[in-house]
Design a protein around this ligand. Structure first.
Ligand code: NAP
Length: 326
């Protein structure tokens, strides 16, 4: 286990493709990374079905398996892992401070790869109904909807992927989308149009989730053009309306853009020297596993260069390159 009073060379926050790739590169360049991850390691890919577009896997690979492979690869190069919820950071003074409750870690470089979380509709009972008919992950919960009626909210790639996946179990899947055309890429959209288990409700928003003691019973829908409302009976609703970056910890300490993503320049540099951001936490545009992994690599290389440029007295406590003893 890492010793809290030792200053770490590199701390990585997050264990999705960005964090784990950063750990592989930082470990391999002997920066002895310490990766801190939450209670569900692996990031969003652990909630996805077969990943078809990660290079090197011609037959595709399961998201959780891909993440487990990356973790083992990082461990091979000496990366260390700590599980816990980061409660606060202090980036105003170098070495930087990271708290897990009362436990303090200090580091010379910090790589933030905390990703993004599913966005919710903002309806009163939405979160209370998690696990009782409301879900943000078809891969995790689809199995429970064998021969049931389900709704997917959203019109992007995720919504379409989830809807197609759910047709393996559900009797019928209705995609409720607030506009009259999908945002999803045509190749994915075509899969949904060609699937006769999938129905569409266009120009429609969800104004209420109806439920009884056992869980969701239906949705009150509103036509965005006519204002008419009706009730669609269903057993489950999968919300797939995009994500918000996990940057609450850094507000006021790092520059964020208007949507809350960490602003980066020259690759993965943030507004604080020695603090780098990689993956979905700084990427509102591409958000792919492979782009996240690529930026994790960049962050590790930039962190290594930052360490190389530090005056030697700043490195005294961290015994650079001696990973095993720490
Ligand atoms: P997204 O592309 O941002 O799409 C979000 C969808 O939800 C949009 O259709 C949006 O409607 C709708 N929406 C947003 N807020 C809403 C609200 N409050 N109420 C109702 N609807 C709302 O998000 P995503 O589908 O999660 O995809 C994110 C990124 O991951 C994209 O770059 C996507 O290409 C990528 N991705 C790729 C794959 C793949 O290649 N296999 C799979 C999944 C995701 P509007 O269209 O009206 O804005």
């Amino acid at each position: 286990m890492p010793t809290p009073d030792v200053i770490q060379e590199t701390i990585i926050l997050g264990s999705g493709p960005a964090g784990l790739t950063a750990a592989i590169y930082a470990g391999r360049s002997r920066c002895c990374p310490l990766l801190i991850h939450g209670h569900q390691p692996g990031g969003q890919l652990t909630t996805t079905t077969a990943v078809d577009n990660f290079p090197g896997f011609p037959a595709g690979i399961d998201g959780p398996e891909l993440m487990e492979n990356m973790r083992r690869q990082a461990e091979r190069f000496g990366a260390r892992f700590v599980e816990g919820e980061v409660t606060s950071v202090d980036l105003r003074e170098h070495p930087y401070k990271v708290w897990l409750g009362s436990e303090l870690y200090r580091c010379l470089t910090l790589i933030i790869a905390t990703g993004a979380s599913p966005r919710l509709l903002g309806l009163g009972n939405e979160e209370a109904l998690y696990g009782r008919g409301v879900s943000v992950c078809a891969t995790c919960d689809g199995f429970f909807y064998r021969d049931r009626e389900v709704v997917v909210v959203g019109g992007g790639d995720t919504a379409i992927e989830e809807a197609v996946f759910l047709t393996r179990f559900a009797r019928r899947v209705t995609i409720v989308h607030r506009r009259g055309e999908l945002r999803a890429t045509p190749v994915l959209a075509q899969r949904a149009f060609a699937n006769d288990k999938i129905a569409f409700r266009w120009d429609t928003t969800v104004s209420e989730i109806l439920a009884d003691q056992a869980g969701v019973t239906g949705l009150r829908l509103k036509n965005a053009k006519t204002g008419e409302t009706d009730v669609l009976a269903c057993d489950g609703v999968f919300i797939a309306i995009g994500h918000q970056p996990n940057t609450g910890l850094f507000a006021g300490q790092l520059d964020l853009d208007h949507e809350g993503y960490i602003s980066t320049r020259n690759g993965t540099e943030t507004s604080v020297p020695g603090v780098f951001a990689a993956g979905d936490v700084q990427d509102p545009i591409f958000r792919q596993a492979v782009t996240a992994a690529g930026s994790g690599c960049m962050a590790a290389i930039q962190a290594e260069r930052f360490l190389d440029d530090l005056p030697s007295e700043a490195q005294l406590n961290c015994q650079r390159g001696i990973c095993k003893e720490r």
